[in-house]
Design a protein around this ligand. Structure first.
Ligand SMILES: [Zn+2]
Length: 85
């Protein structure tokens, strides 16, 4: 979808005799603006984050696509890590 929109943007600029380097820059900008957030959302859909519950500690573990056992193990590690940040 975003690739098609980027090509369409490039093609539209071509009608105005815009140099190829500028068309490519604009098309890539459109592609990144549309595809970047979509890719981030897709990655976050399978991401689990466990944070330390100690007040003021910023320690956290982020897992991508863990099974329940692995997620539980990292949740315990995050809760009991030795040096709070
Ligand atoms: Zn901590």
């Amino acid at each position: 979808m975003s690739a098609a929109f980027a090509v369409w943007t490039g093609w539209s600029l071509h009608a105005y005799n815009v140099p190829v380097s500028l068309m490519l820059t604009a098309a890539l900008g459109v592609f990144n603006a549309v595809f970047g957030p979509a890719a981030d959302l897709a990655a976050k859909a399978g991401t689990v984050t466990h944070r330390c519950r100690e007040s003021g500690c910023t320690f956290r573990v982020q897992l991508t696509g863990p099974d329940s056992g692995e997620s539980r193990r990292w949740q315990e590690i995050a809760a009991q890590h030795p040096h709070h940040l």
